[in-house]
Design a protein around this ligand. Structure first.
Ligand SMILES: Cc1ncc(COP(=O)(O)O)c(C=O)c1O
Length: 486
């Protein structure tokens, strides 16, 4: 039996998603035309050809001006922006209950909450160790305003939120103060889907809840009638590739008055005076959208959401579940001739309650860790695009790599010169621990052929020694320009 035949007999549901193979051929043909294996959907989704064509046709048919004025070109743009906003709310089933604020990206949405949240002494910010840095960064606003910051730990090796520990931390809130709990619906490091019932559990204990849905919504349905976080952050390019430069903060209408903007800008005020040194903030989304929106791109959000609806988010989720299950099984089965594993996976070993993001490190036949940057380099030569580093999620990386507070302090002692490559050198001197890994992530246009190509690449490391794999050919010094991202 071929590998693909074995896959199909293990995951018969994959056949029910064959419409996505047709979509791959008709809309993403540039991948196969160039032999590209794209495995970085958590970094960024890919756009369908028709999304760009439809957007270009719209821009070509009409003149659009800066919105929010009375001219015909401005009104046309205002209408298109508001149609986009309405579509976003409809897509997430939040119409009437939520307000959609357009931002630059998910980080912009998270920052809006961080800078506007009324942190205060006596109040709390609870984060999970598994969080993107754009959520971790909110702790700086909380600290500055005197709130207590805590982290809920992860279990190992599954990298799931330690529920008893999280419950104990949630129980510490004083409801007389503002308390914010922020967690990702899906980890961008391990692919773990964290339980959304944490939202109700936190509400019941006096917290408001910020869900970072950036890595979750590209392959899962988020229905705001079923779960009711106070704030949700997303980036649209992660969902459907195009446009970049537009994200969204969804604010539950009952939570909007909690946020207090620390400044005002063009577009956010109904009135402002210089002599009177005062301003009146605009209500709802307008009070949060600083300056001129990326207005020409917003109609492409509506086009992208319709594309996702046509593809079918449930079909995508089914396909990702099949491909991820297969990838995990095959990677774990990959052994050197002496029985040692080729790959160490981080996070859950099965596809249950996890998405299509799979993070790992490679080891040689003697059990020596292979440099993840070298693996990325070799993958690139095979036309495979994957991502390495710690993916802007240091907490999950530290837990996965058994790094201690002392290890991190040794890195921080490097001061302003500290970069990820420099940190790796420091860890080499401290016994060879690694903060960093290889991540492959699947999405809308992924096929079994993509997964198979990666598995073939991985099996090429069987019985290899680290000297045969070779060292990174780019100088470490050059790595300074490669920042850890996404
Ligand atoms: C879970 C998660 N949150 C937030 C972000 C930040 O998204 P952006 O860079 O689009 O602001 C990312 C990006 O990878 C992510 O995966």
């Amino acid at each position: 039996m071929t590998d693909v035949a074995r896959f199909l007999s293990s995951y018969p549901a994959y056949v029910s998603t064959s419409a996505l193979d047709e979509l791959r051929a008709s809309e993403y043909g540039r991948l196969d035309a160039r032999g590209t294996v794209y495995l970085d959907y958590t970094g960024g989704g890919l756009h369908a050809d028709s999304q760009v064509r439809e957007h270009a046709a719209l821009l070509g048919a009409q003149a659009f001006g800066n919105p929010h004025s009375a001219s015909p070109t401005s009104t046309a743009m205002t209408d298109a922006v508001e149609r986009g906003r309405a579509k976003v709310l409809e897509y997430f089933n939040g119409t009437g209950e939520y307000t959609a604020v357009f931002t630059l990206n998910a980080s912009g949405a998270l920052k809006l909450v961080g800078e506007s949240y009324p942190f205060e002494p006596g109040g709390r910010l609870l984060l999970t160790v598994d969080n993107h840095n754009s959520v971790n960064g909110i702790r700086e606003f909380a600290r500055t305003k005197g709130a207590t910051v805590d982290y809920a730990p992860l279990t190992t090796p599954d990298l799931r939120i330690d529920r008893p520990a999280a419950d104990a931390l949630l129980a510490r809130a004083d409801p007389a103060h503002a308390n914010l709990f922020a967690f990702p619906a899906q980890s961008n490091f391990s692919g773990v889907k964290h339980p959304l019932d944490l939202i109700d559990a936190a509400h019941a204990r006096g917290w408001q809840v910020l869900v970072d849905a950036a890595a979750f919504v590209p392959t899962n349905r988020l229905d705001l009638r079923l779960v009711s976080p106070d704030f949700v952050a997303v980036s649209f390019y992660k969902m459907f590739g195009y446009p970049t430069g537009v994200g969204c903060l969804l604010i539950r209408n009952t939570a909007i008055a909690t946020l207090r903007r620390p400044w005002f800008a063009g577009g956010t005020v109904n009135f402002a005076t210089v002599q009177g040194r005062g301003h009146v903030l605009a209500p709802r989304e307008a009070g949060f959208e600083d300056g001129t929106l990326n207005y020409l791109s917003i109609p492409a959000v509506e086009i992208g959401l319709r594309h996702l609806e046509r593809a079918g988010i449930d079909t995508i989720q089914t396909r990702i579940g099949c491909l991820t299950g297969w990838l995990l099984t095959e990677l774990q089965a990959l052994r050197h001739g002496n029985g040692r594993p080729v790959v160490r996976l981080y996070g859950p070993a099965t596809s249950e309650d996890r998405g299509g993001t799979v993070t790992m490190n490679f080891y040689d036949a003697d059990g020596a860790l292979l440099d993840f940057r070298r693996i990325e380099e070799l993958a690139g030569r095979d036309g495979i695009s994957l991502r390495t580093g710690c993916f802007c999620n240091p907490g999950a990386g530290e837990t996965a790599g058994d790094l201690t507070e002392d290890d991190m302090r040794a890195g921080l002692a490097e001061g302003a010169d500290l970069t990820l490559p420099r940190f790796l050198q420091v860890m080499q001197q401290r016994g060879g621990k690694s903060l960093g890994a290889i991540r492959v992530s699947l999405g809308l246009a992924s096929t079994i052929a993509d997964v198979d190509r990666f598995l073939q690449f991985a099996s090429g490391f069987r019985d290899q020694t680290s000297s045969a794999v070779g060292a990174l050919t780019i100088d470490d010094a050059n790595c300074r320009v490669i920042r850890d991202g996404s």
